[in-house]
Design a protein around this ligand. Sequence first.
Ligand SMILES: Cc1ncc(C[n+]2csc(CCOP(=O)(O)OP(=O)(O)O)c2C)c(N)n1
Ligand SMILES: [Mg+2]
Length: 345
Amino acid sequence: MATKASKVVKENKKQVPRSGALDIQKLPDELYLEMFRRMVLIRKFEETVYDVYSRGTMPGLAHLYTGEEAVAVGVCLTLNVEDTITSTHRGHGHLLAKGGDPRRMFAELLGKETGYNKGKGGSMHIVDMSLGILGANGIVAGGLGIATGAGLSAKVQGAKRVSVAFIGDGALNEGLFYEVANMASLWKLPVVYVMENNHYGEYTSTDRSTVGSGPARAEAMGIPAKKVDGNDVLAVYQAADWAVKRARAGEGPSFIECITYRWRGHHMGDQGDTYGYRTQAEIEGWMKRCPIVRHRNYLLKNEIASADAVEKLESNIQKQIDEAVEFAKNSAYTDQGEIYTDVYA
Ligand SMILES: Cc1ncc(C[n+]2csc(CCOP(=O)(O)OP(=O)(O)O)c2C)c(N)n1
Ligand SMILES: [Mg+2]
């Protein structure tokens, strides 16, 4: 695979359009492979969290991103390292897609000193400034203010940085959205709002909580918007490429609604039909629309990778995750004397 892929990468690179609409069928093969690799990394990370948590060996709480991988990956692969993202309570996928270290993430989840916050923050407070990850966030819509501020800072500094805010459909009904959308549009800030419409905020369907749509609300603020299939990594990449190019060219913010679905419960305490808000048939219907299977089929159909090569890639990523768990398990707990260090008061 490596030989064929790298050969085609070189050939395809010449064909990538430098400006204007992106031809999504003509990306370098290496990029299609990277989309697959990162989605599998997120899936295996999340399913391992599920496993470790279910055995009672993980403290705290986790909100899993399983099923939504194409959104984080499609968006983050259009970004440079210095571009920034803000994430949500369901943040593992965004962090991994932007290059977050699975070892330090797992250590953080297990409360160990090698974790991103020495194990004191947990799932919803992971930050990596060196990668432009401005933080997961336990406050619904909280990332919106930070991301818009990061966009303002880029503009004031004359930097070419783009700022992305990942939000859930639930954040659309928070007042902060209207304040920042107005400001970003008025000042033409380089911000991209990415709404993950997974049809539920906790246990309430969007049908019961939300009128109109995200794109219509953004457009009312003068922000151009697109709605895409969030389980199609290529569609997400294409829309993100459009929005990021607009931001870099000084044309201001954009809004992208990604239609997707979370396979697992709202958090680890929401198993199966605990709260009876969705049916097994609905969940299984969405599992048939798996973003990873879809992209695997694309790789095979277009002879970007062989079935063997894809399998090898998956098993290598599983090894990487297993190694991350071992690293976390073997790390020490933070010394109790550290309890007040790095804490803002
Ligand atoms: C300001 C605020 N209100 C309420 C909550 C409790 N809460 C946590 S997650 C959540 C649902 C968020 O739904 P959505 O934005 O659609 O994200 P999803 O969980 O579907 O990814 C709520 C209401 C919170 N964390 N912050
Ligand atoms: Mg939601």
